[in-house]
Design a protein around this ligand. Structure first.
Ligand code: FAD
Length: 400
């Protein structure tokens, strides 16, 4: 449509998660004073998900601490909150988002509908209680159920964090993972053993290279011949982008909503950000990132784009995890081309170290475990050439 006003007057942010909340914040911080509507399917105000598998499960964070803003903040910023019901449709021809019987008009739309956990349908009707962890309500229910014998299917970030919380709560925990190592796809054979050792040392029964063959009559039959009768199965086998509404509206999707380097869809009135966005990263190529930092930064960046900014989104992926007494951060991305070398500085055995993934004389990713002084250096070095002295543990990272 050619009647797109140059200055936005009616912005709709679809999805009540972190990317959405930060986009709304950015819009108001930058002086946008038009109509601003936030549509969220969940009944809650936007909240942070990382505590759901950590502090909230462990009981060290309370529910009130997870929200991005207090309720008053949205009133003060004149944000029209439409929570508790999913949008049913995006009508791009008429530029309206349909929620229940209401049609909410927009001249700029941000789609930040996030992702949904991949499911194991075979568990339905197996007689085994099953939990997935994505929402605040999931986390509160899971917290109450974290005793007895817990089986976790999938040794990814969420599966392992749940395993750590369950062990800390005194549960007996078996983790079943079909890959030979936990987190193998991200950390590779060099670093993934750190997490295998960590969990085994805390008493987790870690079944690697093992799959669930059958689930029936309250029993999980594993490919190694074991039969488990857990009180609860927690499934952590990844997430899929919640892009169906965008696809139904005719936007291009392929493992998420396809956006260009500036987070724009092919419709000049529509942006996407966060877990749902499959972004054309200027340095890394097509990438869909499911991390907290990405949701914050892309939400803000898309808001800037709606206000006329033209810069590409270039931030390096960043994520963190906390499991037992191990805190770690990871910056960068090892692409399909892989890496030539991993440089480890510090002590893998004591889980206090930094690691750098190198490819073609460049630092493509870096990680620190329990070495928080290294955080800024990771961010500085990743994406650049391999500095002299990186392989020499006697050289301080700050001097490279
Ligand atoms: P979401 O947070 O998923 O929000 C999207 C929202 O859109 C949802 O509330 C959804 O209900 C809503 N929605 C969907 N469809 C509609 C519709 N039709 N109408 C209205 N609303 C709709 N990342 C890290 O880097 N470190 C961590 O330690 C970490 N821990 C995590 C722990 C858990 C348990 C989970 C689930 C995620 C964790 N993450 C972590 C990932 C991080 O939380 C996500 O990347 C981030 O929440 C993505 O934000 P988002 O706004 O894109 O999507």
């Amino acid at each position: 449509m050619s009647d797109l006003p140059e200055t936005p007057q009616q912005v709709v942010v679809l999805g009540g998660g972190l990317a959405a909340a930060r986009a709304v914040e950015e819009l108001r911080e930058r002086g946008y004073d038009g109509v601003l509507t936030l549509v969220g399917a969940e009944p809650h105000l936007p909240y942070e998900r990382p505590p759901l598998s950590k502090g909230l499960l462990l009981g060290s964070d309370d529910v009130d601490s997870v929200f991005v803003h207090e309720p008053d903040w949205y009133d003060d910023k004149d944000v029209d909150l439409r929570l508790g019901a999913p949008a049913r449709r995006i009508d791009r021809g008429r530029r309206v988002v349909v929620v229940g019987d209401d049609e909410i008009p927009y001249d700029r739309l941000l789609v930040a509908t996030g992702a949904q956990p991949r499911r194991l349908p075979a568990l339905d009707g197996s007689g085994i209680p099953v939990a997935y962890l994505r929402t605040l309500d999931d986390a509160l229910a899971l917290k109450e159920a974290l005793g007895g014998d817990i089986a976790v299917v999938g040794a990814g970030w969420i599966g392992l964090e749940v395993a750590a919380a369950a062990r800390t709560a005194g549960a007996s925990v078996t983790v079943v993972e079909s890959a030979p190592l936990p987190l193998q796809a991200v950390l590779g054979p060099e670093l993934a053993p750190v997490f295998a050792d960590l969990h085994r040392s805390h008493g987790v029964d870690l079944r690697l290279g093992t799959s669930v063959d059958q689930m029936a009559d309250g029993t999980l039959s594993l490919s190694d011949g074991t039969r488990l009768r857990p009180d609860l199965v927690v499934v952590g086998i990844g997430a899929a982008p919640d892009d169906h509404l965008a696809a139904e509206s005719g936007l291009d999707t392929d493992n998420g909503i396809l956006v260009d380097a500036r987070l724009r869809t092919t419709d000049p009135a529509v942006w996407a950000a966060g877990d749902v966005a499959n972004h054309d990263h200027p340095a890394l190529g097509r990438l869909r990132v499911e991390h907290w930092d990405n949701a914050i930064k892309q939400g803000r960046h898309a808001a800037g784009g709606m206000l006329g900014d033209d810069a590409p989104y270039e931030a390096m992926p960043y994520f963190f995890t906390d499991q037992y007494d191990l805190g770690m951060e990871y910056v960068g991305h090892v692409g399909r081309a892989g890496h030539d070398e991993v440089v480890v500085r510090g002590d893998l055995g004591k889980a206090v170290f930094t690691a750098f993934w190198l490819k073609d004389d460049r630092v493509v990713a870096g990680m620190q475990a329990n070495d928080w002084d290294a955080s800024d250096h990771l961010r500085r070095l990743v994406g650049g050439p391999v500095p002299d002295g990186l392989r020499d543990p006697a050289r301080d990272l700050g001097d490279l």
